[in-house]
Design a protein around this ligand. Structure first.
Ligand SMILES: [Zn+2]
Length: 280
């Protein structure tokens, strides 16, 4: 399986795939044998432990356009069905944009769309936090929590994927132990942390609070190595898989990017254990 081979080749234990072109509507159709052979290859893979899927970027469950909403629900259902069939651990999606109309204008339709998708999914739908631009839904934890509450199902059906670049761009800093602690406490106050099932671990091309979704290689952006290490080393995140969505040299994460992520993780864990000793 090329995706698994590529992941193993860069030293990854967890990978993320698109199961169709992320910028078109046309669903990619797969023969049952292809889906089941992926599932088997994933289940028995010696080093890649999990595959996550990312739904199409075109999906907008917050739109006021009924036709776009219908296409979005169909596309999400198709993506979720493929994710389930390949044995993915979750399908990550951007909820969409209400273009300034406000979350109250679209909360019910989002919840209905997600409920409908859950019927065809055997893996959880993971709602991703956004950088906060253009009326995007999920700019803060409260919006995600309101959607999850409205759907009213457990973490085996709906959870959160937290993107470090989006979090930074949305205006939440985690440059210190205290601000990281505060950010995760804010998340924990909105949703139980068992909902947090995946992290997108990226640096940012744009500044804190910029509201722009622009990923950078780890340590090369405005977040920087120290803050990324403190974040990823936080004790309550140690069971959450992290996925890189960094540009690399233009073709996505490389072996060295995974190595940097591991170094930051080790550095952050050490920093937290020393910090806790200082506090004790
Ligand atoms: Zn992301």
């Amino acid at each position: 399986m090329p995706a698994l081979d590529r992941g193993a080749g860069i030293g990854a234990e967890v990978i993320q795939v698109f199961t169709q072109s992320p910028r078109t509507w046309k669903p990619q159709l797969y023969a049952d044998e292809i889906l089941s052979s992926y599932r088997e290859a994933q289940r028995t893979h010696p080093s890649v432990r999990a595959t996550y899927c990312h739904a199409s970027y075109l999906i907008n469950l917050a739109t006021s356009d009924p036709l776009l909403l219908e296409r979005s629900v169909d596309c999400l259902s198709a993506n979720a069905a493929v994710a389930s069939a390949i044995g993915a651990s979750g399908i990550i999606l951007h909820v969409g944009s209400h273009k300034g109309a406000g979350i109250d204008s679209c909360l019910d339709q989002i919840a209905q769309a997600l409920s409908k998708t859950i019927e065809v999914a055997t893996c959880p739908l993971l709602l991703e936090n956004t950088a906060g631009g253009g009326g995007s839904v999920g700019r803060d934890f409260d919006e995600l929590a309101r959607i999850i509450d409205r759907v009213g199902v457990g973490p085996e059906h709906i959870g959160i994927c937290l993107d470090t670049q989006h979090l930074w761009a949305s205006g939440t800093s985690y440059a210190t132990f205290e601000t990281t602690q505060a950010a995760l406490a804010a998340l924990g106050a909105c949703v139980n942390l068992d909902r947090l099932q995946c992290i997108h671990f990226n640096d940012s091309k744009t500044a804190l609070g910029s509201n722009h979704d622009r990923h950078e290689n780890l340590g090369e952006g405005s977040i920087g190595s120290d803050a990324l290490a403190i974040f990823i080393g936080h004790p309550s995140l140690q069971q959450v898989p992290a996925i890189l969505e960094v540009p690399g040299d233009g073709k996505g994460p490389r072996f060295e990017d995974v190595a940097i992520a591991r170094r930051l993780h080790a550095k952050g864990r050490k920093a937290w254990s020393e910090h806790r000793k200082d506090l004790a």
